[in-house]
Write a protein that binds this ligand. Sequence first.
Ligand SMILES: [Cu+2]
Length: 332
Amino acid sequence: MSNRFSRAVLFAALPLSLSVSAALAHAVLERKEATPNASYRGVVQIMHGCEGKATTRVTVTIPEGVIGAKPMPKPGWQLATTKGSYAKAYQSFHGKVSEGVTAITWSGGSVGDDEVDEFTFFARISDDFAPGSTVYFPVEQECAGAGDKGLLAWTQVPKAGQNPHDLKTPAPGVRIVAAKAGGQAAVAMATPVKAGDLTIETPWLRATPSGAKVAGGYVTIANGGTQPDKLVGASIPQSGRGEIHSMSTEGGVMKMAPVEGGLPVPAGGHVALKPGGFHLMFLDLKDGLKAGESVQGTLVFEHAGTVPVTFNVAPIGAQGPAGASGGAEHQH
Ligand SMILES: [Cu+2]
């Protein structure tokens, strides 16, 4: 695609109020959405040079909360990385990480003003980013021989309430979206937790709308032993009180009620807490639950005692845990 053609397309597509330079001069990221707790393939696209001169250096800054960044080498370009400490430790596949690559530079090559090129890195978006937020990757672009016009800093981040289109040199942004249930970017399924004879599978919570005071929780508990047990309680830090509820339909109206004396987990059997049936109900919510988060909580059993579990938070209204395969869902 020639530069002339791309300009014509951009002019047709953009509102007239945009300044020509801001509209045409972006360094952009190819993928504009990412999921917390998942890897992200960042592709910085350089759409043209500076003042007609070729681009000879591209530097991308890896923001706090984006971890384990690794650049892809590029033939004809030298690669350099800056490493540093993160502001805090983040959970990764192999335990906590507290340092890593904070900037990547490709230099020594050339992208003509009438050419486009791409610079790729991989990184992991930590769960510090909530769905709905935007993470910015500032980019510096340098063109040899363009004098003081030869450095373009795509580093401006909109302030709260500011229209990103008002920025002259905006940093490329990536919108954080919740993992889709069943989607390939979904939160990794937690491995089942063993507690004595009990196996606790896929504890999950439903995200709450802002201001909500209650949240539903779901889990499947299997009992491989010869003694029955009972689920008698549950807790998460965001809630003042956890209860176990049943749900039934009476005269066409859904009713739920606390399960008196605990929910039996029969010897050699299992009990499934799921939308429309038995569920955990977390009351007196102090904080909302956001999709994509994981929440450390507990389940309390009459015999197995208090068992720590990690609840994954699925989107508002979800009928199953994030990352569940379709076959895991039962209709009722
Ligand atoms: Cu309930």
